[in-house]
Design a protein around this ligand. Structure first.
Ligand SMILES: Cc1ncc(C[n+]2csc(CCOP(=O)(O)OP(=O)(O)O)c2C)c(N)n1
Ligand SMILES: [Mg+2]
Length: 442
């Protein structure tokens, strides 16, 4: 309840204000505290006059000068391997064992193959919508590999590789995109809006940035549990323009939550380039403004992403602090199947990232340099992974659609009469008066 100020308290407040203005450091300073009583302030320790404002700690200056907007600019991009896959600084080499590096590569390429098949499938009218992850595979796998399996993930929509790295099977990815009877969401979500409780991956929701304050709330709960878990929250640089991003960053900093804000800065928010999205030095530059430890990494270098996420995770748990990672990358595909990016960017620009600085080819260069991979292995893995994707795809196409009657059975204990009526009419509309029950999932 707000304090009710009476006349005497107002007088005290005025006196206290005057006392605070006293310049003699030997004088006792008083200030008013909530509730109206007076409290003795700490003595000044130096003869110098220091600002006493509760909202900022700094020195007085006697020269009028605005802070330049570029005071934090040119934040460097941390990398471990160069474009030819060579380790730049041996002390930063995470020295991951061969099997783990091969797993990174297999996940990154499997994701790429799944994207190609599902993208084509949408073009052929088999599914309604799709979003590819081309060029961002390093940000997914590098970060996912640095987490504990029980860390809670909040994604935006372009982080399928994180779920894949946690072991989500191809047939469930496909089932979700087809909205068939095996889709845990029963086709109630748009394609690519995956979710998996067992793998601690919160279901994707389309409204941009809503996951950010939700993730912070979860991180606060995790902190109170004392369970040594963290929350990771992925978002695009476009989503960082939403008010929810501000709310999330500020809550995380003030409530000291163990969360990693992982921004995929891929250059575009649909057709809006970053040059129209912000005037500061990207997203990493915002971190210090909120009191958040921040770093910018090369998102096409899977090892740099891995190292940064690993260290951020370690410190988030140890210190109960939020961390911000801005992974610089490039969205090679169109925003989604509803977009044609040739209308707003050049083919040369896209080709540069596809051919000269792709996270998959960079990792392959590293593996070849190590003597862990060759042309033969590449060919055989590509064939094998494509076969696996095609099998899952064909299975998803064959699967029946969820029966309308079962659509809300996990929502209502007792079915609402008008939903029931709607479901019956949907079944009749789709399958006629005497529909053969065998066509549906039972
Ligand atoms: C609140 C809200 N506004 C607008 C949209 C439409 N929209 C969907 S994705 C997108 C661009 C997001 O860009 P970014 O965050 O950079 O992610 P990226 O697609 O580049 O991975 C927009 C504007 C939305 N989904 N929600
Ligand atoms: Mg973007």
């Amino acid at each position: 309840m707000a304090p009710i100020w009476n006349g005497t308290e107002r007088l005290f407040a005025a006196v206290a204000r005057d006392i605070r203005r006293l310049r003699n450091p030997q004088e006792v300073a008083w200030f008013i505290v909530p509730g109206g009583s007076l409290r003795q302030q700490e003595d000044f320790t130096s003869l110098e006059e220091k600002p006493q404002f509760p909202g900022a700690s700094a020195e007085f200056v006697d020269r009028l000068e605005f802070i330049q907007p570029n005071v934090i600019s040119g934040i460097p991009v941390y990398r471990v391997i160069d474009r030819q896959g060579q380790i730049v600084n041996p002390s930063e080499d995470p020295q991951l064992p061969k099997e783990q590096v091969l797993k990174f590569y297999r996940s990154m390429t499997l994701l790429n193959t799944m994207d190609r098949i599902l993208y084509e499938s949408q073009r052929q009218g088999r599914i309604s919508f799709y979003m590819t992850n081309y060029g961002e595979e390093g940000t997914h796998i590098g970060s996912a590999a640095a987490l504990d399996d029980t860390d809670l993930v909040f994604g935006q929509y372009r982080e399928a590789g994180v779920l894949m790295h946690r072991g989500y099977p191809l047939d469930l990815f496909m089932a979700q995109c087809y909205g068939n009877a095996s889709d845990p969401g029963k086709g109630r979500q748009m394609p690519v809006h995956y979710g998996c409780k067992d793998l601690h991956f919160v279901t994707i929701s389309s409204p941009l940035a809503t996951q950010i304050p939700q993730a912070v709330g979860s991180a606060y709960a995790v902190k109170r549990e004392n369970s040594n878990r963290i929350v990771i929250c992925y978002f695009g640089e476009g989503a960082a323009s939403e008010g929810d991003a501000h709310a999330g960053f500020n809550f995380a900093a003030t409530l000291e939550c163990p969360i990693i804000f992982f921004c995929r800065n891929n250059g575009y928010a649909i057709s809006t380039p970053t040059s129209e999205q912000y005037r500061g030095d990207g997203i990493a530059a915002r971190g210090p403004g909120y009191g958040i430890h921040s770093i910018r990494v090369d998102g096409n270098d899977v090892f740099a992403v891995y190292n940064a996420t690993k260290e951020a995770r370690r410190r988030a748990v140890a210190e109960n602090q939020p961390f911000l990672i801005e992974a610089m990358t490039y969205r090679i595909g169109h925003h989604s199947t509803s977009d044609d990016s040739s209308a707003y960017r050049s083919v040369d620009e896209v080709n540069y990232w596809d051919k000269q600085d792709h996270p998959i080819s960079r990792l392959r260069h590293y593996m070849v340099n190590q003597g862990w991979w060759d042309e033969e292995q590449e060919k055989s893995w590509r064939k094998k992974s494509r076969k696996r994707v095609m099998e899952a795809f064909e299975e998803a196409e064959r699967k029946l659609k969820p029966r309308p009657q079962l659509l809300f059975s996990d929502v209502y204990h007792e079915m609402n009469w008008h939903i029931q009526k709607k479901q019956e009419s949907l079944e009749r509309k789709q399958y006629g008066e005497h529909y053969p029950l065998g066509q549906f999932e039972k």
